[in-house]
Design a protein around this ligand. Structure first.
Ligand SMILES: [Zn+2]
Length: 119
């Protein structure tokens, strides 16, 4: 079990294991957020946040919600708007302690156009 927190500590996330790889996506939202995504099954991730401490943003087809801390603004994760069994989510690995992701391969995803990895 590994934990990530936002800057002020209001939002904490527990993930089951160290990520096997990280994704640096160039789509219009990820490049602005500067996020590094670690993907997990929704069912394996625990979100610890008081009600009302986060806000959400969805755009385009509105299939995903991007969730951030209302107080310090850190982007914490994205999840499907309508989760099904086996759904995946992305946890922003920028909020992990740096040692936790040291040495993990970062892949560049061309989310802006082809949806293929560039490396
Ligand atoms: Zn915060």
């Amino acid at each position: 079990m590994l934990e990530s927190t936002c800057h002020c500590g209001a939002v904490q996330i527990e993930v089951p294991r160290k990520p096997r790889r990280l994704t640096n996506c160039n789509c219009s939202i990820c490049r602005r957020y500067g996020t590094l995504w670690a993907y997990y099954k929704c069912a394996g991730v625990r979100i610890l946040a008081k009600p009302g401490s986060t806000s959400r943003y969805s755009w385009g087809h509105k299939r995903l919600s991007f969730v951030r801390c209302k107080t310090c603004g850190c982007i914490m994760y994205w999840e499907p708007v309508q989760a099904k069994a086996g759904s995946m989510m992305g946890v922003n690995a920028r909020n992990f302690e740096p040692g936790m992701i040291e040495g993990v391969r970062v892949r560049r995803l061309d989310g802006a156009s082809t949806w293929k990895y560039l490396d």
